[in-house]
Each structure stands twice: as C-alpha cells, then as structure tokens.
Design a protein. Structure first.
Lengths: 349, 281
C-alpha cells in the first residue's frame, strides 16, 4: 500500500510538451482517476508513475521515497493496459504467474497465488487457455488477474475498459471497484470516459493540454467546476456554455435574460447551465427559443432550443414532445448557474 | 431465381478450379520435365526426334551416387546451410530488436546500411573475400561457407524479423517490464515467441538463398570436402563426358524437393516475409 506524490512533474519531447507542472498527492488506498481527452497527458503521467517514461523535471515519490531513477520492475506497481497486453504465447495460468516467476516467488506459492487471483477475477475454469481463445471481457479479467496476483503497492490502469462493449464495461467497472475496495490498493486509473471517472473515483484529476484543470471528488467536479473546460467535459449531454454580458446584475444573451446575478461590474461573461437544471414551461422563464430538435432517450427527452445562433440543450420530462419551430419558455435553476470569465474560462461566480 | 444463382455460383467455382489447375500445371511443368529427364537414359534425352513413350531408367540415380560423392555434397549443403541460418538468425534477432525498439541517433541510417549491403553486386567483394578466407586458412571448408552464407543473408533476415517485431504491441514489453522482467528476459520470453513465425520465415528464406548460392561457394570450395549441391550441379557440365543432362536434372530435383515441402508448409507466413517492405518501411 502506498502514497504517491507527484511534485512539479514535467515531460517534454524536444519542443513538444507532454505534461506541464503536475502536482498531486494520492493517499494510500485511494482510487484516483485521471480524466481528459486524447493527448491531454494523462497516460504519460501514469507511465511516469510506472517508470516507463522518465520525467523531464520534478519528483515522483512513493511512501516518501524518490522513484525517478528506480526501474519499473523495482517500483512494485502493476499495470493493466488498454489492449490487455497478455502474452500471446502463454496460457492464462502462465500469464498470471509471470510476475511471480520474475520475482522469484517459490513454485508452490506461485500456484496457490495464481489460483486465488484467478478465482477473484472469476477465471478459474480458463487457466489452461491461451489469450486468443478468450472473449474481450475474459481477457480483460485475465489482465486484472495478472495485476492483482502479487498484491502490488500500486495499481495502474490505462483505459482498461475502452475495448469492451457498453454492457460489459459496466459489469467490469463494478468488478474493478469491488476488487480495489477488497484489496485496498492505491489505484491510478486513466480514462477519457467521464462515466467511468464519476463512478469509480474517490477523486478525479481532470487534465487538458498536459495540465491539471481541477482535482476533486466526483461531486465537486460535477457541481463546482473550476473552468469552462471542466464544465463542458463532465456531464452527458454537457453543460450549456452561453456567451453574453452582465450589466447591473443582469445577464443577457440572445433570447436569454437572468436577473440577480452575483457577478460584480459590467463585463462579458460565459453562463454555464446544465440541461437538467433547465425546466420547460415552469416558473418565470429565463430563456425563450425555437424548438430545434427533440430526442427521446427513454428515461428523459432532450430538447434542443435555438436562441439567437446558440443551440441550448434542455432535459425535459420523458413524455415531452413538441413540434419543430414552436417557441418554448425555459426557467433555469438559479442555484445551479455558473459564470466564467470569457477570456480565461475561469469560474467567477 | 435462386436456382439460377446457385448454378452460376457452381459454374464460377468450376471455372476457378480449371484456371487454377491450369496455372499450377504450368508452374509445375518444369519440375515434372526435370524429373522425366532425370529418370530416362542419357541417349534418349539427347536424341533430336521426339519420343512419345519414354523409357524409365535409374541410370542417372545410380551414376550420381556411385561416380560422384553425392553424400558429401548433401552433407556439406545441409551443414553449411543449417550453420549459416543459425548464425544469421542469432545475430539478426538482437539487431532487429534494437532497430525496432530502442531510440537512438542514426537508427534509421544503421537500418538502411544493413539493408544496403544486399544491394551490392557480390562479384565486387568476391576477390577480397577469397583472400580473407585464404589468410584465415578457411578455404575449402564448410566453416567458410557457413560464414559467407550468414553474411550474405544477415541483412535480409534482420529486416524480416524487424518487420515482425514492429508489429508486436509495445504494451507487451511495458507489461513485462512492470511485471519485473529484465530486457533480456523480455526478448527471450516475450518477443522471440511472439515473432516466431517471422523468425521461421526468415530462416527458410535464408536457407533458400543459401541453397542457391553459387558464386562464393565456387570461389571457396575446391574439393568435395566443401562442394555443395549447387556447385555439384556444375560438375556435371564439363569434362570428357560432356553435359550429363539426366544427372543434372536429378540432382536439381533432389535439391528442389525439401525446399518445396518446407515452402508449402509455411507458405502463409512466407508470403508475408517476401512482401516485407511493400507495406511498411
């Protein structure tokens, strides 16, 4: 079990920045998810923790010990990869046994540990098969089995579920969370899927352009976004971001007027409002727009309104239906409005 | 409608087999012709009139085994080829691993340099190599043949194995590294097994090139202690007996059969090895 500290971590390839000034303290037994779009530096950061990449600057510590110069095999981390990375020439038994063999665990002990790990990931009946003879979900479980077999100090998981279909992904998510809680091992998990991040993490680290945008619990990240990137990245459908201006405590944009805004001065701002915080035909309206699209999903209906040139997504009741082009009035939940600086994107209210 | 479609499908399949069968016969005709020459008396082969009912004869078979040291030629061929394949594959594996995985300055240039040795006309180095082996006291030995075949094939073998190694996901090595394996362990336990088809393909291609090698063998070998099958063939073309066509045909057939069988066995992999470079650099 281990605490991981990243201080001032930078990674540069020539003139290209991979990761810039990453600072984070991951507590023992914590489940931390690095979330961001492709190329945001999340996998590079994880690879630096694993020792597969060397930081250009900064320090990586595990339980207080500087790890920068330590070889991956001496870091006591186990990694699960997006493409499973099972050794194709070995059976599942040999795959799970491999880390034990490399570390000189006695033979009898190896067998006991392999069988226990296989039971934990429900692969006891598949030990004599080669990876090619397993389904995607079984291969991912085998990769998990190989990671947990020697009870490492740290689990590193690099988009381990992205090759699976939606149903299997959900089942595996539950299994990963259960295993992590059961084994109490510090876990760093990389994904671009916000649902995975929200459901798995104790804390989420949102990254973009090689930099950390926000660190917080899933609730904090969702309810209290630090900037327009985080606000727009978390949530499906994402938060509506509407550029307008505040004057005398009133926010105005095309088709939108919200009074009593707690933003000082007269200035251009970006208003953020989540689709579920918009209410069609209830209370005093803040937005009037023409119906542009109606998308029933079963559990709700998503309505797209056109206000000026801006399209705004609104979550309506599941039975809601409307003809295209009619004007709808929408009230916002005033307690859940976010205001951001237009220039910097940082939250100002 | 369905009946018409089924009939057309059947017809097109028959046509396909007829075309492929014809093509196969066309390709195999020289081999069958060789066999037919090898199993007929010498007089019958050189007669200008066509013979519609050939006489079966094992004269050539008896002659190559009694008048010529065929056993020694075969042994020399097998030893020189096997030795050269072992040497070239053993050297090519670490070279290919380095070229496919490690990042260092001039890596691509080194790769190209290795391949460029293949672009040189062999005759250019023939004389220096003759003196080199003479000074080393290796003329007319199988050891010299092993070394020269290995040297000739090393670049090709390296590039074929490298192309297979490039296809192995780097994640496999990352996984092994975090699992606790050293670089050598990774090469031995993960990389080599994962690209075994490539290694076998490269070995077979090297063996085929070695079997057909003539120039350097002729240069280095001067007696039956180093003559291989390819040079032995040339021995049937001179001297007071003239050109002994049936013996040549039979020896060529004997040299052909094992290679043919191996190629058939691994043809799936071989086609990839031979097209290497067509789709990737």
């Amino acid at each position: 079990m281990a605490r991981i500290e990243l201080s001032g971590i930078q990674k540069k390839w020539g003139a290209v920045w991979g990761v810039r000034d990453v600072n984070i303290d991951i507590a023992d037994q914590e489940f931390v998810v690095f979330l961001g779009p492709s190329g945001c530096g999340k996998t590079t950061t994880m690879r630096m923790i694993a020792g597969l990449e060397e930081p250009s600057e900064g320090e990586i510590r595990m339980d207080g010990e500087v790890m920068n110069e330590v070889e991956p095999r001496d870091r006591d981390v186990a990694m699960v990869f997006q493409g499973y990375a099972l050794y194709p020439n070995m059976t599942i038994y040999e795959n799970i046994r491999f880390p034990l063999r490399m570390r000189g665990v006695p033979r009898a002990e190896q067998d006991r540990l392999v069988r226990r790990a296989a039971e934990l990931v429900e692969l006891g009946g598949y030990l004599d098969r080669k990876p090619a003879a397993l389904s995607g979900g079984q291969r991912q479980r085998a990769a998990l089995g190989r990671a947990i077999v020697r009870q490492p100090q740290v689990f590193l998981m690099d988009e381990p579920l992205s090759n699976l279909d939606a149903q299997l992904r959900q089942a595996m998510r539950v299994q990963i969370k259960h295993l992590q809680r059961q084994l109490k091992i510090t876990t760093v998990y990389v994904t671009h899927d916000q649902i995975e991040a929200m459901t798995l993490a104790d804390r989420i680290v949102v990254m973009q352009g090689g930099m950390i945008q926000q660190i917080g619990t899933p609730d904090q990240i969702y309810s209290d976004p630090a900037n327009t990137f985080v606000a727009g990245f978390i949530g499906a459908p994402p938060m509506n971001l509407i550029e307008g201006a505040v004057s005398g405590g009133v926010f105005r944009a095309s088709g939108i007027e919200v009074g009593g805004v707690a933003v000082s001065g007269d200035r251009p701002v970006t208003l953020g409002v989540r689709p579920e915080d918009c209410h069609v035909g209830q209370g005093e309206p803040h937005l009037r727009g023409a119906v542009y699209g109606v998308e029933p999903t079963g559990e709700a209906t998503y309505l797209t309104l056109k206000a000026g040139e801006k399209l705004i997504e609104v979550k309506a009741m599941r039975a809601y239906r409307a003809a295209l082009g009619i004007t709808e009035a929408v009230a916002f939940d005033r307690a859940r409005l976010y205001f951001f600086d237009v220039e910097t994107g940082q939250r100002i209210g | 409608m369905a009946e018409v479609r089924r009939r057309r499908k059947r017809e097109s399949r028959v046509l396909r087999y007829v075309v492929l069968g014809g093509w196969a016969l066309f390709c195999l005709a020289p081999v069958l012709w060789f066999l037919s020459i090898g199993l007929r008396p010498r007089t019958e082969i050189i007669t200008p009139q066509p013979i519609y009912l050939p006489t079966f004869s094992l004269d050539a078979w008896r002659m190559i085994w009694s008048d010529w040291p065929m056993g020694a030629y075969l042994r020399n061929s097998v030893l020189a080829i096997a030795g050269s394949v072992v040497i070239s594959v053993s050297l090519a594996i670490p070279a290919a691993y380095s070229l496919s995985r490690y990042r260092y300055r001039f890596r691509e240039d080194i790769g190209f340099y290795i391949l460029s040795t293949r672009m040189m006309a062999p005759a250019i180095v023939a004389i220096p190599i003759f003196f080199l082996f003479r000074n080393m006291g290796l003329l007319d030995t199988i050891w010299a043949l092993m070394l020269i075949y290995a040297a000739i094939n090393l670049s090709l073998v390296t590039w074929i194995i490298r192309s297979y190694m490039l296809d192995i996901p780097p994640e496999l090595e990352d996984a092994a590294r975090t699992d606790g394996a050293s670089d050598l362990r990774i090469l031995w336990e993960i990389i080599i097994p994962a690209c075994l088809p490539g290694i076998i393909t490269a070995a077979v291609i090297a063996a085929i090139f070695a079997i057909n090698e003539f120039l350097f063998t002729l240069l280095i070998a001067s007696t039956s202690s180093a003559y291989t099958m390819s040079v032995a063939l040339a021995n049937f073309t001179g001297g007071s007996d003239g050109v002994i066509y049936n013996a040549i045909a039979l020896v060529a057939f004997i040299a052909f059969v094992p290679v043919f069988l191996v190629v058939v066995a691994i043809q799936k992999h071989l086609s990839r090895g031979l097209t290497m470079g067509a789709v990737k650099g």
